[in-house]
Design a protein around this ligand. Structure first.
Ligand SMILES: Cc1cc2nc3c(=O)[nH]c(=O)nc-3n(C[C@H](O)[C@H](O)[C@H](O)COP(=O)(O)OP(=O)(O)OC[C@H]3O[C@@H](n4cnc5c(N)ncnc54)[C@H](O)[C@@H]3O)c2cc1C
Length: 394
């Protein structure tokens, strides 16, 4: 897949090309050697994660360079997620929760004082961030959230529970991350708040263990029990955050789709090489038509989703004020399904060796499954897309 390094839709400028090469180097030297171990231990590699700050990746999309932002574009975001996910999607999911769900949301919606307070630590990696929308009783139906925020003097009092929060805790001792961007109801509207780990009434309910995949990222239940949050930590105006949530979901879906791309790329590389080396009946298995079908279809599908994902970012960059929901949902739906299918084929091509950890494809297959659920299930995306498509009928 060496063409990825050329200037193209996927590396539209020398800066994008250099970014991809820098991340690929980090992946080879630092990420890949630890990926299987942290998956097995089901632990988040916090020390390595902080190094992403030194590489300028944690505030990739934040424009405020004086506050640590790297002022790069959505294409750069795709490059980062594709490269990291080609090695360790669990680690990459933690990266997404921090840099897209938390930092990007703050960059887009927070006021200047909040940015000054939050961005330097988050962009450098000194502080870890998360975003909490889902709850024990609702995920897809996010508007049914029960977490409430009630204004009392110069504070909001938050009550409720959030579920499945990536980076919600940073270790096995239920230590909370530093900042959580929390969505809560104020009356019947949705507002968002930055909750700091020291706030009274905020705690980690549980670190959710025994996950199928994405085991190198921590997933937590968070508890808000009369959590006292200063009014200065309300993001935007009270009741205005539904639009923040919808906009952030669009970018999240694009990033999740590029994670599927990373998985597809790696699985393709593994099965391509293995099928040459592995002999059966005195021939390379790639000489068998059924194996050729796995290789050829996977390559074509990878190229198709890669073009769709990067082209969607290009469209958004060209017309940022336009509604791009249809394609943000479309890329996640298609890349999620095909990424998992390509990982599945890679296991099949490797036979028994595909079923164990050494060749990575079984881990990637487990990780790929989350990309059909998190950030919007396939079913939710299909429903949304059908609605958006209806608006195109003249
Ligand atoms: C590892 C992991 C990390 C996560 N990280 C985060 C995070 O950082 N922050 C966060 O807020 N959330 C996070 N989530 C939550 C994730 O976004 C939700 O799991 C997802 O949105 C689905 O919600 P749910 O699990 O409540 O499923 P439900 O919404 O209960 O859905 C269950 C099933 O019903 C289907 N369904 C629901 N409604 C409809 C409908 N109207 N029509 C057809 N089918 C429907 C769904 O598609 C699904 O198949 C994470 C989840 C996981 C597993």
């Amino acid at each position: 897949m060496s063409d990825l390094k050329n200037i193209s839709l996927f590396n539209p400028s020398p800066e994008h090309k250099a970014l991809r090469e820098m991340i690929a180097d980090f992946v080879k030297k630092e990420l890949e050697p630890q990926a299987l171990e942290f998956d097995k231990k089901e632990q988040f590699n916090l020390e390595l994660f902080r190094k992403l700050g030194d590489l300028g990746l944690l505030g990739l999309l934040a424009q405020e360079e004086e506050l640590g932002g790297s002022n790069m574009d959505l294409t750069a975001m795709l490059i980062a997620h594709e490269e990291l996910s080609s090695s360790d999607p669990g680690f990459c999911l933690a990266y997404l929760a921090h840099s897209v769900l938390c930092v990007y949301n703050i960059y887009r919606n927070a006021n200047e004082d909040q940015k000054k307070l939050l961005l330097p630590g988050l962009c450098s990696g000194k502080k870890i961030g998360a975003m909490a929308m889902s709850e024990p009783d609702c995920g897809t139906d996010a508007l049914a959230m029960k977490t409430q925020a009630v204004k009392k003097g110069d504070k909001y009092i938050l009550n409720g529970r959030k579920m499945w929060i990536t980076n919600g805790c940073i270790d096995d001792n239920k230590q909370a991350c530093d900042y959580v961007l929390v969505y809560a109801k104020t009356g019947d509207k949705i507002s968002s708040f930055i909750v700091e780990k020291s706030f009274k009434g905020f705690s980690v309910g549980q670190k959710i263990g025994d996950k199928l995949g994405m085991r190198a990222s921590n997933t937590a239940e968070l508890v808000f029990d009369n959590c006292e949050t200063p009014s200065s930590h309300l993001v935007g105006k009270e009741g205005d955050s539904l639009i923040h949530m919808m906009r952030n979901l669009e970018v999240e879906r694009l990033a999740l789709a590029s994670m599927s791309l990373g998985i597809a790329k790696r699985c393709l590389e593994v099965m391509n090489r293995y099928s040459l080396e592995r002999k059966s009946f005195k021939k390379s298995i790639r000489s068998f038509g059924q194996i050729q079908k796995y290789l050829a279809k996977s390559y074509a599908e990878y190229q198709a989703i890669r073009s769709y994902v990067y082209n969607t970012a290009r469209q958004i960059q060209a017309e940022p004020s336009k509604n791009h929901r249809l394609d943000c949902d479309g890329v996640k739906l298609l890349a999620g399904e095909l990424g998992k299918m390509i990982a599945d084929r890679a296991i099949q091509v490797l036979g028994g060796y595909g079923y164990v950890g050494e060749y990575a494809v079984e881990r990637l297959w487990r990780d790929a499954k989350l990309l059909e659920i998190g950030g919007g299930t396939n079913e939710a995306l299909e429903k949304n897309m059908t609605k958006e498509l209806e608006s195109l009928i003249h």
